[in-house]
Ligand binder design. Structure first.
Ligand code: MIC
Ligand code: SF4
Length: 647
């Protein structure tokens, strides 16, 4: 039977379940990646799982998020990560080597393999024809220990690309167009599989930009076929032997199809404060810009930055604008330096940052008060830049560079002739900043700084819950609102008691104190609760504060999984109108909880207002067992046989 590419890869990796959209499946994971902000927790969890060495084909630990070392915490975490990688058989990409997704694409990604990463933008690997999925750190730890990754078999949406991009219109505009049409919820439960005649005009780095931002659609993953362009890219990376052609079978079935005519696209921007608030730059008009930031896992490939250098060449940035540029990887950085393009960037007045996430995650370069920042990044949620009242516009690199010169948001088509580049025949290959693990790591000492606190433990789910509604939120609450990042808070990622003090700080800075006082809390959410990052701290820290359940209209995939993993009950309204009847401060009780969880509907008593209403969950029997056990770590430890077989 004809199959699409997504289901071909799923079938090759299927360990359990029936391969049809909506049912729970378990798949074998070939590769994993972690980054430092989620990695410390993931490796503490791997240690707790008690295996001797990772069981994947390849696992890589990157350091790219927490690279500002204002105090000892981040440097301590880096040292911990390096030692734990050597101990358990994991490659370690040192600080300065680049952003995990960019480096993984360049040096490790292989068509047809599965990749699980503790970062929501892991699907960047889809640009190479991998099935790459973002997850919480605990899911990645279990995969490293040899356990399957469980997910709801996705629906597959075919994105049919036709035509060719006009000059000055780029890959970022393709994904912004999809965000404009489908919204930040449009990809939930789906894999976006790209196809059609337009695909062959896109290089692997361009495909990676598109696959990367599928995360903003809420998609489980995004994937491109593996074709001659893929071979060319792998060859240029000295890895042609890892090439394997892959495509959907002719006439393969899809659960939907959407066509984008590339030739009809114009330069676009996502307006504050959501990646789907997309308009054409011409339509937004020449608003004054204070900052331009170029980089991130979305747009910092060699080609992207060559284009920027070409635009800036011989010119200087506008007096109002601070331009910062972070090359995506050391490979990109070195190639810019060797080609002379870096000199053009420096001469233009650009402030060059190290190869890391940097401003994308609020690690420095916060814009001024009420500042307007134009960024080539993927998220523009309010406050994420580090300045609460700043406005961030997301564009491609050409528009960003043009705006840096003019001081106003600028359509790059006004710049004249488009400089065309082809991908290099050969990238500069130097893997000396990637440390391979020793054959046997058993003698390696794991180094822990004082900021690395033990994992908090969760008790099994009780038979009766009485909870106070601690916060009522609206739709599309992001994990940046639940558990903010930035230079001040990120260094606390391995210290849950300390980081928990900031839970919901952007919405209500009394939340943590009230939660701890109450001891048993519930959060009320709207649609798409927990969109954005994969950070499990958005579940782990609330768990530490005594949150027992989240009741929402709907959930984002990774956050829903993280809640389950830490033993917090994700509940949904049977009648969404009941949301209106609940308020902050209400006391809610659920009796006979375990029995009720086996049923379709669960009765909740609002003790404050004296009425009952119904809620439900969509947990499979396995997920239900995990919540009852108090989370995945308890569940896995209970199940773990002496051989360490987690399947
Ligand atoms: C992000 O872009 O929000 C992050 C920081 O990369 C997160 C991971 C994290 O919070 O550590 C993500 O996208 O998953
Ligand atoms: Fe890093 Fe930003 Fe990419 Fe997240 S989205 S991995 S913070 S560059």
């Amino acid at each position: 039977m004809a199959e699409n590419l997504t289901y071909k890869i799923l079938r090759e990796h299927l360990v359990s379940g029936e391969l049809k959209p909506g049912s729970e499946i378990g798949i074998r994971i070939d590769q994993t990646l972690t980054q430092d902000a989620t990695g410390t927790m993931a490796y503490l969890q791997l240690e707790a799982l008690g295996v001797d060495r990772v069981k994947t084909e390849l696992s890589v630990s990157y350091v790219d998020h927490n690279t500002l070392q204002g105090s000892f915490e981040n440097a301590d975490d880096h040292r911990y990560l390096q030692s734990v990688a050597a101990r358990y058989g994991i490659y370690f990409s040192r600080p300065g080597n680049g952003i995990c997704h960019q480096v993984h694409l360049e040096r490790f990604g292989v068509p047809g393999k599965t990749l699980l990463g503790s970062d929501s933008h892991t699907p960047t690997g889809g640009g190479l024809g991998m099935l790459a999925i973002g997850a919480g750190g605990l899911d990645v730890a279990v995969a490293m220990a040899g356990g399957p990754f469980y997910l709801t078999a996705p629906a597959v949406l075919k994105v049919n690309l036709v035509g060719q991009l006009p000059p000055w219109v780029g890959a970022k505009d393709i994904i912004l167009e999809l965000l404009r049409r489908l919204s930040v919820k449009g990809g939930v439960g789906k894999v976006l599989e790209y196809g059609g005649p337009g695909v062959e005009h896109l290089s692997v780095p361009e495909r990676a930009t598109i696959a990367n931002m599928g995360a903003e659609l809420g998609a489980t993953s995004s994937i491109f076929p593996s074709d001659e362009n893929t071979r060319k890219f792998l060859k240029a990376q000295g890895r042609e032997h890892q090439f394997r052609p892959l495509a959907a079978d002719p006439g393969a079935p899809y659960d939907g199809e959407i066509t984008v005519d590339l030739s009809s696209l114009a330069p676009l921007a996502a307006c504050p404060h959501s990646p789907d608030a997309v308009k054409s730059i011409a339509e937004i008009g020449p608003i004054a810009v204070d900052q331009v930031a170029i980089g991130s896992c979305t747009n910092s490939s060699y080609r992207d930055l060559l284009l920027v250098a070409e635009i800036l060449k011989g010119k200087v940035v506008h007096p109002r604008v601070s331009l910062v540029i972070a090359p995506g990887s050391r490979q990109v950085f070195l190639m810019l330096a060797r080609s002379g393009a870096l000199a053009e960037l420096i001469a233009s007045g650009a402030r060059i940052l190290e190869s890391a996430c940097g401003p994308c995650i609020g690690m420095g370069q916060a814009p001024p008060t009420r500042g307007i920042s134009v960024r080539t990044f993927n998220r523009n949620f309010a406050g994420r830049s580090g300045t609460a009242d700043a406005s961030v516009y997301l564009t491609g690199p050409a528009a960003a560079a043009a705006s840096a010169l003019t001081g106003v948001l600028t359509d790059p088509r006004t710049l004249g002739e488009f400089p065309r580049f082809s991908e290099p025949e050969r990238y500069l290959i130097d893997d000396r900043m990637i440390i391979a693990p020793p054959e046997d790591g058993r003698g390696v000492e794991i180094i822990r700084g004082p900021n690395i606190k033990p994992l908090p433990v969760q008790e099994p789910l009780p038979q009766r819950l009485e909870m106070t509604v601690l916060l009522k939120t609206g739709d599309n609450v992001t994990t940046d609102q639940i558990m903010p990042a930035g230079a001040k808070i990120l260094p606390l990622r391995s210290n849950i008691p300390a980081i928990a003090q900031y839970v919901f700080a952007p919405l209500d800075d009394t939340f943590a104190r009230r939660a701890l006082e109450t001891g048993s809390g519930l959060i009320l959410g709207g649609e798409n609760y927990g969109q954005g990052s994969s950070r499990e701290h958005a579940a782990l820290a609330p768990m530490y504060l005594g949150i027992k359940a989240v009741l929402a209209k709907s959930f984002a995939r990774i956050h829903h999984a993280n809640l389950v993993n830490f033993g917090i009950l994700p509940l949904k309204f049977v009648d969404p109108a009941d949301y209106q009847r609940l308020e902050q401060g209400d006391r809610l009780a659920i009796e006979d909880l375990h029995r009720q969880l086996e049923q379709k509907e669960i009765t909740v008593l609002n003790k404050t207002k004296d009425f009952t209403f119904a809620v439900r969950h969509n947990l499979t029997p396995r997920l239900l067992e995990i919540v009852k056990a108090g989370g995945l770590l308890n569940y896995t430890k209970n199940k773990n046989s002496p051989s360490g077989d987690l399947s």
